[in-house]
Design a protein around this ligand. Structure first.
Ligand SMILES: [Mg+2]
Length: 166
């Protein structure tokens, strides 16, 4: 059980994944989570950087498929202007939708990686199927961390200012 929760690779963001290294490992197919992996949960569409990443991934010859536990509405809206197949309400960590996505890409477990931000859905599910699992730091918590830091700095500066007045 414990091993199933451990990703094969842990990176800061999708942009830190070495695609050439994945290729060397024989990976040709990518199953990618949406919320907090590609965008924050409240962002309806993909930013330019993510669209460029999709292009790069495709250019390097990977098949890519989005697999989300979120609703049809969210997933359809997100993929509206990008030509990438997507599965909604995937019920990760259950295996069914991983197999559906692999089937769609004509993939097998040896040549497929899953990329996601959650250990108990993306990583556990991917490991159960026997895929190469890649964990990214959730985008939202990164923003949260950043906001927290900014607030700390703000408080620090405010304290200094107040002291200066006394
Ligand atoms: Mg997620």
């Amino acid at each position: 059980m414990k091993n199933l929760l451990i990703p094969k690779l842990y990176v800061d963001s999708i942009f830190d994944i070495n695609l050439d290294e994945l290729k060397k490992r024989g990976i040709k197919n990518l199953i990618v989570d949406i919320d907090n992996t590609l965008v924050a949960w409240d962002k309806k569409t993909a930013p330019r950087s993510v669209i460029q990443w999709f292009d790069e991934v495709k250019k390097k010859g990977f098949n890519i498929c989005l697999v989300s536990n979120n609703t049809e509405d969210r997933v359809v809206k997100f993929t509206e202007n990008i030509e990438i197949a997507a599965f909604h309400r995937a019920k990760k960590p259950f295996k069914t939708t991983f197999y559906k996505a692999m089937n769609y890409m004509k993939a097998n477990k040896e040549n497929t990686a899953v990329i996601g931000d959650q250990i108990f859905t993306d990583i556990l599910g991917g490991n159960r199927v026997g895929l190469y699992t890649i964990l990214v730091v959730p985008i939202e918590s990164k923003e949260f961390w950043w906001t927290q830091l900014v607030r700390k700095i703000e408080r620090f500066i405010l304290k200094k200012i107040k002291k200066g007045y006394n």
